[in-house]
Design a protein around this ligand. Structure first.
Ligand code: AMP
Length: 250
């Protein structure tokens, strides 16, 4: 079975992001970029499926600028076999990304597609669900366990207050939650080997996909700065302030 994994290039999670002065977006100048953490978990899961003999090929695909090849190389160093870069402007809408991924799925015919549950830059949590709907395939989102059983996949999902287990007919779409696995570190020999693995470059137009925007970004602003705290003399003063100034107790 072929497993296709979608990986997104995002700002590294250690970076404290800043909006541009005109509020038109996030300032990406000289900012460290990385593979989206949930996508790294998706790659790890696919590689484990290959190591268990369930998958025979792991293909990673990214939709984004030329530099997204760096994230594809990281995925190849973690054990994926080949990459596909669909070159497009950074920050496409989830619907556009899902349409591109659908076209790639139609060409590649994977048995399973694994995505992250969410990209940490846009916090969209949409692409996997949209992709499953566009393909007409089943979806197991927020996966904390994935077991392929013949022509089905059993997905344990992290839902509010517990776990839900669903069984999906393959091909299917799975999105990863944090506890699915702990991704490995790429070893130096594997980083070297990854340099020789193939990355095909294509474009949305070549796949016949229109990626025109349907929403308009009106503005990005930082959260309001926290006001300094004050010290109170005793509990009575604290209760008084909570009651009469903050008005949070009756
Ligand atoms: P989102 O819907 O943006 O929160 O993203 C959820 C998941 O969809 C990510 O973790 C990726 O697996 C996939 N994804 C989103 N955008 C892209 C992209 N530009 N290229 C490849 N995969 C993407």
């Amino acid at each position: 079975m072929k497993v296709l994994v979608a990986v997104k290039r995002v700002v590294d999670y250690n970076v404290k992001v800043r909006p541009k002065p005109d509020g038109s977006g996030v300032d990406l100048a000289n900012v460290k970029m990385a593979i989206n953490p949930f996508c790294e978990i998706a790659v790890e899961e696919a590689v484990r499926l290959k190591e268990r003999g369930v998958a025979d090929e792991v293909v990673v695909v990214s939709v984004g600028p030329t530099q997204a090849q760096e994230q594809l190389r990281t995925a190849l160093a973690l054990g994926a076999d080949r990459g596909i870069l669909v070159e497009a402007e950074a920050d496409l809408e989830p619907l556009a990304v899902a349409k591109v991924l659908k076209a790639v799925c139609e060409r590649e015919q994977p048995g399973l597609v694994i995505l992250g549950k969410q990209s940490i830059d846009g916090d969209n949590n949409q692409t996997g669900q949209l992709l499953a709907a566009l393909l007409g395939w089943g979806q197991g989102t927020f996966a904390s366990e994935v077991v392929v059983e013949g022509d089905r996949v059993r997905v344990t999902r992290e839902v509010d207050g517990g776990l839900q287990t669903v069984s999906l007919r393959l091909p299917a779409v799975v999105t990863t939650d944090l506890r699915l696995n702990e991704p490995r570190y790429a070893s130096l020999p594997n980083i070297m080997k990854a340099k020789k693995k193939p990355i095909e470059v294509t474009r949305p137009a070549e796949l016949g996909v229109d990626v025109a925007r349907r929403t308009e970004l009106l503005g990005v602003e930082p959260p309001p700065a926290r006001k300094g705290g004050i010290k109170v003399a005793d509990v009575a003063e604290l209760v008084d302030k909570l009651r009469n100034e903050a008005k949070v107790i009756g």
